[in-house]
Write a protein that binds this ligand. Structure first.
Ligand code: HEC
Length: 263
């Protein structure tokens, strides 16, 4: 008889193998299960989750209830808070550089300045109609002009006779009573360099600075006033005539040669 038939261990070899394999996989599964066992959430975790939820809700509420109003091209647009910076950046990048709005800030010789010069040279010359020199002058306009004349008086003197070393006279000046565009442009742009007034040659140390901050009405009235005071007699200046030259504001100060020759 085969001795192995007597050995139960050998007889049940397959059974023991199955037991060993089963046991091994069972142990493996147990180890994996133990490793994957979730620890109960800590108090910190619970609080953190709650905090994120609250934060998300507050953000959503803010977006729904607040938005920053921004004025863009005259209309008001609603911008959610988180977009404000992006929006401001967009508006800034689209807006014209400040230098173009303030030509005095343009760097001399820069491409911007050359472009602006070319544009100014190509612009059609302004032609305005002179008013009737014999038409009566509105006393209210003269009154308003006298008030604004305080500015001019500082340099040109209270009677418009000029101040030595500071400014030439306005009384009897061909620039004042001549073509109306001359005094308008002088006030809008300023005037510098050698200048002849009433047959006298001036070359003053400091130029006249522009007074373009005055309104069209104020410039019209002050020029009507100087053209009809101190013995001067010339047509009234209207706000429309001043407005016609507004486009020149910011260009460099005029020189006598830029002006229309007075007769
Ligand atoms: C800061 C001093 C100053 C002020 C203020 C001033 N001017 Fe002048 N003005 C001058 C100077 C300087 C000249 C001569 C510029 C030159 O030499 O090229 C002049 C020239 C003129 C001229 C041409 C020359 C002449 O005498 O006729 C007119 C017109 C004139 N100014 C009008 C005015 C008016 C109008 C105001 C007020 C709105 C005014 N000015 C304010 C300094 C000034």
């Amino acid at each position: 008889m085969d001795p192995s038939q007597d050995n139960p261990i050998i007889r049940f070899k397959a059974f023991f193998w199955a037991l060993a394999v089963f046991g091994f996989f069972g142990l493996l599964l147990a180890v994996i299960a133990l490793n994957n066992r979730k620890a109960p959430p800590s108090l910190e975790d619970v609080v953190a989750v709650k905090r994120y939820e609250t934060r998300a809700k507050v953000d959503a509420d803010q977006q729904a209830n607040f938005s920053y109003k921004m004025v863009e091209e005259g209309k008001t647009v609603q911008v959610p808070p988180h977009d404000v910076f992006a929006h401001v950046g967009k508006v800034l990048s689209q807006s014209k550089p400040a230098a173009v709005e303030r030509p005095e800030c343009v760097i001399p010789g820069s491409p911007t300045q050359k472009k602006m010069e070319a544009e100014a040279a190509n612009a059609a010359p302004v032609v305005i109609k002179e008013n009737d020199a014999n038409a009566p002058i509105d006393p209210a306009v003269m009154e308003a002009g006298k008030t604004s004349f305080a500015i001019c008086m500082a340099c040109h003197g209270p009677e418009g006779n000029g101040v030595a070393g500071l400014a030439p006279p306005l009384a009897g000046s061909e620039w004042v009573v001549g073509p109306v565009e001359n005094p308008i442009r002088i006030v809008l742009r300023g005037l510098g360099g050698p200048l002849s007034v009433k047959g006298l040659d001036y070359n003053l140390p400091a130029p006249m600075v522009a007074a373009a901050y005055l309104t069209d009405d104020q410039i019209a009235s002050v020029l009507t006033y100087v053209r009809n005071s101190f013995g001067n007699k010339a047509s009234a200046v209207t706000a429309d005539q001043v407005k016609a030259y507004r486009g020149e504001v910011g260009q460099p100060a005029l020189k006598a040669t830029d002006l229309k020759a007075p007769k």
